[in-house]
Design a protein around this ligand. Structure first.
Ligand SMILES: Nc1ncnc2c1ncn2[C@@H]1O[C@H](COP(=O)(O)OP(=O)(O)O)[C@@H](O)[C@H]1O
Ligand SMILES: [Mg+2]
Length: 316
């Protein structure tokens, strides 16, 4: 084969890929083979390319307890591992990225779960070392979102003077300090599920096909699927103030909301579907969904807006 021919093919492939940014985005690694034991690393590089660690639980010890339902991205079960649990297992419909202009669901959720876990660790370390996480309190652009995300990293926190150096005055002018995190659903890492496993389940536990708009989603025995293990979030009222604090935090930390956020993805004031937020470097992050501030819990709950300023503050 002449090298001219190869060059032409490579150039063509590049052009085709350039016209399909969703396929290119899906190539960014999002899984880490290290087991999820102990806190995650929180360097700037980890925040730039978040990768979720592997679930250390033994798949052979998993007991399927009940089906919980499914949506656009995957199907969800209540499970146990040995005597531990309950947990939630979310199996993603798409074993591979599909050539369609949309996000790759396992990638978005792995990135989000990894980022939220890193942020939680960063908030704890910032409090322990008294080196605050300082963010722009009114981010509107992609650059603002990226800068706020970076503020959680070890490098950014180390640049902040500790109170011993600066006295315990208010945070640097123009910035606000993130010192707490809303409750986010705990993640225990990713695993792979061989599709043959579903054949062995009692019919009441097998994943049914799910129709979403005009798309039928199903799992087949001949594929290996990506799954994530999460904390089981109990049924409970969605208190608007608790939800708003979480929404404010996601916005300040750089996440945009997804195109069509859904109330059924919230339980007990906790976001249970991590595909509803988009990380700043993720496919589908949109300035037009970001620039006007956080989502409104009252709007999602279809409640009248409270009097006074609409937005709660996630900063201290
Ligand atoms: N960690 C969890 N705890 C409790 N319920 C959950 C949890 N994760 C998902 N669910 C339930 O399962 C449903 C489907 O899961 P979800 O993550 O929203 O799937 P999809 O991304 O396909 O919409 C949710 O609407 C919710 O009712
Ligand atoms: Mg959902």
């Amino acid at each position: 084969m002449s090298s001219d021919y190869v060059e032409v093919r490579v150039a063509l492939q590049r052009r085709v890929r350039r016209r399909r940014p969703w396929l290119e985005a899906a190539q960014t690694p999002f899984r880490d083979d290290a087991p999820m034991v102990g806190p995650p690393k929180t360097t700037a590089a980890d925040f730039e390319m978040p990768r979720l660690r592997r679930c250390p639980f033994d798949l052979d010890s998993m007991v399927w307890e009940a089906r919980m339902g499914g949506g656009l991205d995957g199907y969800v079960w209540k499970v146990r591992f040995g005597t531990q649990g309950p947990f939630v297992l979310k199996v993603f419909w798409d074993a591979q990225p599909v050539d369609f202009p949309t996000y790759y669901a396992p990638q978005r959720e792995c990135q989000n779960a990894a980022l939220l876990q890193m942020m939680q660790t960063a908030v704890e370390q910032a409090a322990a070392a008294s080196r605050p996480i300082l963010v722009n309190p009114k981010p509107t652009t992609w650059d603002d979102a990226i800068a706020n995300l970076a503020a959680f990293s070890d490098e950014a926190r180390l640049k902040q003077p500790s109170p011993a150096d600066q006295g315990s005055g208010p945070p640097q002018e123009g910035f606000c300090q993130i010192s707490t995190m809303p409750r986010v659903k705990k993640c225990y890492g990713w695993l792979t599920i061989p599709g043959t496993i579903f054949r062995e389940l009692h019919w009441t536990l097998r994943p049914p096909p799910v129709q979403v708009d005009r798309i039928k989603r199903y799992l087949t025995p001949d594929q290996e699927y990506i799954a994530i293990v999460y904390e089981y979030v109990e049924e409970g009222e969605n208190d608007p103030e608790t939800m708003q604090k979480a929404m404010d935090f996601f916005w300040l930390a750089g996440f945009s909301c997804a195109f069509s956020p859904l109330l059924r993805n919230w339980k007990s004031g906790v976001l249970v579907d991590l595909s509803d937020i988009v990380p700043p470097r993720g496919y589908g992050w949109q300035e037009k969904l970001y620039k006007d501030g956080p989502e409104s819990a009252h709007v999602l709950l279809k409640q009248p807006l409270p009097a006074g300023p609409v937005r709660a503050r996630a900063c201290t």
